[in-house]
Design a protein. Structure first.
Length: 318
């Protein structure tokens, strides 16, 4: 589904000196600045009849005409009756607890059976929103809380909140190695220089900051809480692998069997058999885009991580 978007407006004189993209985002707050920039780059915006760059500085009094089409969904994306564990829903938002194994968005090798397909079945009108309202992702084998926009107002607001680092996202993770105390990892992340399916700490990458605190220590592992300040692809996994403390079960960033020296065989068996990265999005908080109310949710760790912690407590206590 697509939506035709048409606007005609005059730039107020007090906007003189402002960039074109900033001015339009301020005058049309229901649309994100990123969306406005896309319209401009696609030559769907004219200024006094001309196509200008997003960085153009206005003088005030210009006539703006916008004739744009909303971002269509992939034609292969069809509604599918897939159960969702919904923890909150109203006319603007949907917060869900994503299970392990559910892919968020269709891609190579995953054209169906995704969260996006499930959302289209749950609420048909989401087809008119970019990516059916999905504004952030969890990896296939990461469990836990995600928020989805159900209205254009919410979509614009959530995108802005993410860009401004005003959504509180916290994760439980179990890593190899013993952390002494909490801290922060501030290392840029970009594509791996030789393996295109992986991300890596890369000086040419985008800024990435992860804050963490220790919850429980074991002889050679640590259970911690990680809080994202930024949201780069695989950020927590990449940052802790860079510290030589990969997540238990991470087949991409710790592909070798994670056997640990000088521990009982039962512990090594449990560590090596853990089928996914030990990562769970347990806390999500932000201001409601329509009401301004402060909202927060928590999701308990899934059983597999509880069992892994129980094994560590049994065979590897401090």
């Amino acid at each position: 589904m697509t939506e035709q978007i048409n606007h005609s407006l005059i730039i107020p004189v007090e906007y003189a000196g402002f960039r074109l993209d900033r001015s339009l985002a301020m005058l049309l707050p229901e649309y994100s600045r990123a969306r406005v920039q896309n319209w401009i780059s696609q030559q769907q915006v004219t200024v006094d009849g001309e196509f200008l760059a997003a960085k153009y500085h206005l003088k005030g009094g210009e006539q703006i005409l916008i004739s744009a089409v909303s971002e269509p969904l992939n034609n292969q994306s069809q509604p599918e009756d897939i159960a969702l564990d919904i923890v909150f829903e109203d006319e603007h938002l949907l917060v869900l607890n994503k299970p392990v194994g559910l892919v968020v968005h269709p891609g190579a090798g995953n054209h169906s059976g995704t969260l996006l397909n499930a959302l289209l079945h749950h609420a048909e009108h989401l087809a008119s929103l970019p990516r059916a309202g999905i504004v952030h992702r969890l990896d296939k084998d990461t469990s836990g809380l995600m928020v989805v926009a159900k209205s254009l107002l919410a979509h614009t607001s959530l995108v802005d909140l993410l860009q401004e680092h005003r959504i509180d996202r916290r994760y439980h993770a179990i890593v190899r190695g013993q952390l002494i105390a909490g801290g922060s990892i501030d290392e840029p992340i970009g594509r791996h220089p030789t393996d295109r399916i992986k991300m890596a700490v890369n000086l040419k990458g985008k800024p990435a900051r992860t804050h963490y605190k220790v919850i429980e220590k074991f002889q050679r592992h640590t259970w911690l809480e990680a809080r994202l300040e930024t949201g780069r692809t695989h950020q927590i996994r990449v940052h802790f692998a860079h510290k030589k403390m990969p997540l238990v079960g991470d087949s991409v960033y710790a592909p070798r069997i994670q056997r640990v020296a000088n521990v009982v065989p039962e512990l090594n068996e449990a560590i090596c058999a853990f089928p996914r990265q030990a990562l769970h999005s347990h806390h999500l908080a932000f201001e409601h885009p329509a009401t301004g109310e402060s909202l927060a949710w928590q999701a308990a760790m899934p059983q597999d991580m509880h069992e892994l912690l129980a094994t560590l407590r049994t065979y590897s206590p401090l």
